[in-house]
Design a protein around this ligand. Structure first.
Ligand code: ZN
Length: 339
């Protein structure tokens, strides 16, 4: 046995259940221990109803985004009553160390799981989780839904998102899948921080990957209902679940729109301070409209600074609930997607 600090370093990540078993199976994804932390058992649910899409649904990728784990638990209760074919695997918490600490990154190694893919078998605990998911779970699925929230310091309408994908066929398929959630926003999100994302690893293998994002900071019954309806709509569109899709109501409106946002659509704070939004998400703004005001707090003689819309656009996300540094994003704008 190859041991180090008393831990068996040679064990490979594995499942305690056989995914080919018909019906419901519950067990764990075993992430082997390493120098920094012992073995992890991540609870997993699988419902195999034969032919059809192979879907993997994950939550708890970021530890301070709690809607995903909760919606996952609801799916586990609901799927046995409604799933008619295919196989759906649900893993509510990808990163238990981060979830227990209510922290975006893993406290132990400081790593962001969603920038650690495909991971390393001999790496730190976050890299080992990514490695186990990449090697054991990802090959079992042709469609992946990773359930995020935008994090506690942002307001963002419920959104099914993807990033631009080089393969135009996979891109079109992914946007159609995201639109099938029928959430208030379907979003193609272009940003420069995509290395090591779960999305990228899955898409490089030709899989359809949709990331659901919610913003608001605290978990609420209304948002959870919208989130659950979105996932249900997507499973209906895949033909795995019977039922009628519906547009969930968000701010008295039942409709969805497909938008895109780019790095230049991020509005940055001109100084350290507290950001005061002066508009709401999904507002349509003209060039020069007031998005919000940055209030520097270091001196009472420093003027507050207006943050204006750079172009005609739709307000996508607003920073809320945190002091910001200079050059930190305080808002995102977006525009209708043109394919
Ligand atoms: Zn996240």
């Amino acid at each position: 046995m190859n041991t180090q600090n008393g831990l068996d370093m040679s064990r490979a990540p594995h499942l305690t259940i056989d995914l080919n078993t018909c019906g419901v199976s519950t067990g764990d994804l075993i992430v082997p221990g390493g120098r920094d932390y012992g073995e992890l058992s991540l609870p997993i649910f699988s419902l195999n109803k034969g032919e059809g899409h192979r879907v993997l649904i994950t939550g708890g990728n970021h530890g301070n985004e709690l809607e995903g784990p909760l919606v996952s638990r609801r799916l586990i209760e609901w799927l046995p009553e409604v799933q008619t074919c295919g196989r759906i695997i649900v893993l509510p918490v990808l990163n238990p160390l981060a979830v227990e600490a209510w922290s975006r990154n893993t406290p132990l190694d400081g790593l962001n799981l969603n920038r650690s893919f495909p991971g390393r078998a001999d790496g730190s605990v976050t890299q080992r989780i990514a490695d186990a998911v990449s090697r054991v779970l990802l090959p079992t699925a042709d469609v992946v839904f990773d359930l995020h929230s935008f994090g506690p310091t942002w307001e963002l309408p419920p959104a099914a998102t993807t990033h631009p994908i080089a393969d135009p066929h996979l891109m079109a398929k992914t946007v159609r899948m995201a639109e099938a959630f029928k959430l208030p926003v379907t979003l193609v999100w272009q940003h420069n921080d995509t290395a090591g994302m779960f999305d990228t690893v899955a898409q490089n293998q030709g899989k359809v990957f949709v990331c659901a994002e919610f913003g608001g900071g605290t978990v609420g019954a209304g948002n959870l209902a919208i989130y659950e309806a979105g996932v249900r709509n997507a499973l209906i569109a895949l033909g795995l679940v019977e039922g009628q899709a519906e547009y969930p109501t968000f701010r008295q409106q039942k409709s969805g729109q497909t938008l895109e946002t780019r790095p230049s659509d991020q509005l940055k704070s001109p100084a350290p301070g507290i950001f005061e939004p002066r508009c709401s998400v999904l507002d349509e703004v003209k060039q020069g409209d007031l998005i919000g005001i940055l209030h520097p707090m270091g001196s009472l003689s420093t003027d507050s600074l207006d943050i204006l819309a750079p172009t005609p656009s739709i307000v996508l996300a607003l920073a809320s609930g945190a002091h910001v540094n200079a050059n930190e994003a305080v808002a995102y704008v977006a525009r209708p997607l043109k394919i």
